[in-house]
Write a protein that binds this ligand. Structure first.
Ligand code: SF4
Ligand code: SF4
Length: 228
């Protein structure tokens, strides 16, 4: 899932500025699960903005709505009227949701209420950890299902770096050394020989280094055309 954190109320207030009619838009998917931007957080943020603006003597009209997913047009269509009626939209979606609203409603002014952080999973109550950097060429099949790109601080392909101590990373002793985890996993599966195959430098063109990425599935596009 996409993991995000809410911006401080001070920053949100600055982003909203002098706008009088504010629409706070929550998202019902990833950011709901990580308690950053779901219906509950949208309602709390709207209430906070309403109260602080009233205390400051410039009371704003702040409403909130939450859509199932901000990253799909069909859900954004459901809030068409509310967006058009607002001076500013505060999106509590991830960075994709913010951009989807801006793209779908060109006349709207949209600002982010969250800091989108990483692709990860909840490892325990209240803790989320990064697991994937969306590198575009997954090598988990070589590393026992543990990602050295996202989980090794140096993104080493032929680790470890030699700095790990007692299984912890030298960059941050609070995290496990990814290569220790990989070694342990491969060892437990009797597959340590996999590590003897040196991995060549990674082709980062499949990652962000090749510019913005796009996936085009012609079969799906043709199927959509056929059904029209
Ligand atoms: S190898 Fe790439 S795609 Fe696979 S989990 Fe790691 S960052 Fe994600
Ligand atoms: S200690 Fe382990 S996780 Fe940290 S940088 Fe070195 S190999 Fe990567």
């Amino acid at each position: 899932m996409i993991v995000a954190e809410q911006k401080s109320l001070e920053e949100i207030k600055t982003l909203v500025g002098e706008a009088e009619k504010v629409l706070v838009v929550g998202c019902g998917t990833c950011v709901t699960v990580c308690f950053a931007g779901g219906a509950r957080e949208a309602a709390i943020t709207a209430t906070s903005l309403r109260m602080t603006s009233k205390l400051n003597g410039n009371e704003k009209s702040v409403t909130d709505v939450t859509v199932q997913r901000q990253c799909e047009w069909e859900y954004l269509d459901q809030i068409d009227e509310q967006v058009k009626d607002a001076d500013i939209v505060l999106s509590l979606g991830c960075g994709i949701g913010v951009q989807a609203i801006a793209e779908h409603f060109p006349d709207a002014w949209v600002v982010p209420g969250l800091n989108t952080s990483f692709l990860g999973l909840p490892t325990e109550q209240g803790v989320w950890a990064e697991r994937c950097a969306a590198c575009g060429d997954c090598i988990l099949g070589l590393t026992g299902g543990i990602c050295p790109i996202a989980r090794c601080s140096k993104s080493l392909l032929n680790g470890p770096c030699g700095g790990s101590e007692a299984g912890h990373c030298e960059i941050d002793p609070d995290i496990d050394c990814a290569w220790q985890l990989i070694y342990d996993r491969l060892s437990s599966k009797d597959k340590l020989h996999v590590l003897l195959d040196l991995q060549p430098p990674k082709n980062w063109r499949n990652s962000r280094d090749g510019g913005p990425r796009k996936i085009v599935r012609e079969d799906l596009r043709l199927a959509a055309e056929d059904s029209e």
